[in-house]
Every structure is written in C-alpha cells, then in structure tokens.
Design a protein around this ligand. Structure first.
Ligand SMILES: NC(=O)c1ccc[n+]([C@@H]2O[C@H](COP(=O)([O-])OP(=O)(O)OC[C@H]3O[C@@H](n4cnc5c(N)ncnc54)[C@H](OP(=O)(O)O)[C@@H]3O)[C@@H](O)[C@H]2O)c1
Length: 317
C-alpha cells in the first residue's frame, strides 16, 4: 500500500511589498509542499495580486484564518516582533524576514516563546539556504580549511528611495539591519564554536534621521583572528565573501555572495572552481521549512544563529 503524500502546508503572508511581489510570492507558489493560501496587505489589491486563495486588507485576518498553518512575515522591521507574537498566540509556525527582531533580548525572548509553544520560528535569511553557502559552511565547519583566521564580507549598494522604511528609525531602518546582517549571518555560520565576537573598531555614517547609512566593523573571536564586515546604502554595489583558514582559502568571486538568484554560481576553493546550478534559494527555504512542519527533513536556520547575530548588531548600533 502506498502512503498518500502529506498535504501542502497552507501559508499565510503578511505584507505585499517589493520582496513578496518580485520573489517570495512566486517562491511559495513554486515550492513543493507549500501553498500560498492567504495574503494580507494594507492595500487589498496588492494582496490579491499575489495570487493567494484568500486576500485581506489587514494582517490579523490572515493570522486568524484557521486554515493557515504557517505565516511568512514580510513587513517593515519594527513590525516583525508584534506579528511574530500574534502568530504564536494563534498557534501558527512563523518564517520571518530578516532582521527577525531588532535586539538580542527580543530575539532570545521570542525564540523561547515559540519553543515553549511547540512552534517553528525561523529567520528568513534566504542566503543561508543557497547550496553554495551551504558548501562554504561545510568547508569551514568540517575543518577542511583548518581554523578560520580571517573573514571578510560586504553587502553594499547605492540608492534607497527617500520614502522607503529603510531610512526611517521608527521602522527599524538602517544598513546594518538591512544588508549588514548577511555578512554577520555567514560569519557565525562558519564559526560554529564561537558564541560572541569582540568589536575592535566600528566606523559608521548616519543619516540626518539617525539611521546608519554605512556600518563597517572589525571584529575578533580571539588571538590574531579578524573579521571585517560592511553594510551600506551609499557605497558601490558589492557582495564579497572571503575566508582564510590555516589550511586553505574560500572565496566568492562573482560579487553576489548573498543575493545570487536563479543563475549558476561558482566558488573558488584553494585555486579550483566548484560549480552550482541555478537556484531560487527562497523556494528552497519555503520547501525546507514546509517539510519540517510536516515532520520531514529540512534545514532550519538555528535560533542560536539569530541570537548570535542580534547580539553583535546590539554591540554595533
Ligand atoms: N530576504 C531578502 O532577500 C530580502 C530582500 C528585501 C527585503 N527583505 C526584508 O523583507 C521585509 C520587507 O521588505 P521589502 O523590500 O519588501 O519592503 P517594502 O517593499 O518597502 O515593503 C515594506 C512592507 O512593510 C509593510 N508595512 C507595514 N506598515 C508599514 C509602514 N508604516 N511603512 C512602510 N511599510 C509598512 C508593507 O506592507 P503592506 O504590503 O501591507 O503595505 C510592505 O509590504 C523587510 O523586513 C526586509 O528586511 C528581505
């Protein structure tokens, strides 16, 4: 007798802004084991345009819908914490866009709340689901390149629209929360033994409203180790990632270390290139989180990583 396949996880989506419209709405539609069931947005026409079975002009209706099993939160950053809590209260699993919350205390507390409720809460740092990033993490954490001594990563671009929430302190704006967080997530991923890092130096430029437009930081985890990370809204476009260990080096040479999307990629490992097929890492993320909701295998970004990153962000802002 063959077993019937598990039913698709019915996803609710909060927000229908740029990311949902250009990538994650379609990723849920294409993901095996997932269905885009309900979307809520302040504008119901944008909610309907996502193609969800149900569309609402508010977020609570998605959370309250008994058919919805898991909620993907894609709102401006200050709205993440209250809506994570609303979802947990309603008994829904949560996949929340980065930064999951704004402080380490909030991260620790909301992760504990989800754990106690028996629900998944996952920070949607999509780059962590990309096969190339997984290979980088495997190379580093397996000891294949020895002990990591040097880490360099950047995520910078030039040009945020003046009315975008990214420039608003009231909405959790700033370059570190928006893009600097990717270099930090990758850094802790390749340093699985390290609980926290020490800030050696930080160099920031702020807007008149008080958000960081650039954060450059030098960090250490002891001895002669050093990481340099940069996030910026006002620098030329870059997404660099380079790791030096006592036994080898790993480098992303295509300047798209964190946001490569639906194209083949390469990784430079000690003088030779490894190749990776075209991937939609958002789709992989929804597939793996959906699988875990059904009790099957699927990788989840650990709570510990969200907390380690949030602790470092605290020390830099
Ligand atoms: N993983 C990635 O690759 C990636 C890329 C970009 C962004 N993100 C994350 O995704 C989230 C949304 O980013 P986005 O680029 O899609 O942003 P966006 O287009 O500027 O949209 C912001 C979203 O926040 C909601 N919102 C609610 N109240 C708001 C208010 N008072 N002012 C402005 N927006 C408000 C809007 O919801 P309504 O639709 O209801 O109006 C809108 O969907 C952020 O947390 C960001 O960090 C992730």
């Amino acid at each position: 007798m063959t077993m019937a396949p598990a039913p698709d996880v019915k996803w609710g989506v909060l927000g229908a802004g740029w990311l949902v419209q250009t990538a994650t709405g379609a990723a849920i539609q294409h993901a095996a084991g997932a269905q885009l069931y309900a979307t809520g947005a302040r504008d119901i026409f944008r909610a309907e345009a996502t193609g969800a079975v149900r569309a609402y002009d508010n977020y609570q209706a998605v959370v309250d819908n008994p058919e919805v099993e898991a909620v993907y939160i894609c709102l401006s950053n200050e709205a993440h914490l209250p809506w994570i809590r609303a979802c947990i209260t309603a008994g829904k699993h949560v996949l929340c866009e980065k930064p999951m919350v704004l402080t380490a205390a909030e991260a620790a507390s909301v992760c504990a709340e989800a754990y106690d409720a028996g629900l998944l809460l996952v920070e949607a740092v999509w780059s962590r689901w990309h096969p190339r990033m997984r290979r980088i993490v495997d190379l580093a954490s397996s000891g294949a390149i020895g002990e990591i001594t040097d880490y360099l990563a950047t995520f910078t671009f030039d040009g945020v629209a003046s009315d975008n929430y990214r420039l608003s302190p009231d909405h959790g704006g700033g370059a570190l929360y928006d893009v600097g967080i990717y270099p930090l997530h990758a850094m802790f991923a390749v340093l699985p033994e390290i609980e926290s890092v020490t800030v050696l130096a930080v160099n920031q430029k702020h807007s008149d409203q008080g958000v960081d437009l650039t954060t450059m930081a030098d960090l250490t985890w002891g001895g002669a180790t050093r990481a340099s990370i940069t996030g910026s809204f006002i620098m030329p476009q870059s997404q660099l990632l380079s790791l030096i260990g006592t036994e080898g080096e790993v480098r992303v040479a295509d300047n798209e270390a964190f946001a490569t999307y639906q194209k083949p990629t390469e990784l430079w490992v000690d003088g030779h290139l490894e190749n990776f097929p075209s991937t939609d890492a958002y789709q992989v993320m929804f597939e793996e989180v959906s699988a875990r909701i059904r009790g099957a295998n699927g990788w989840l970004l650990p709570h510990r990583d969200s907390i380690r990153v949030a602790r470092t962000v605290d020390s830099l802002l």
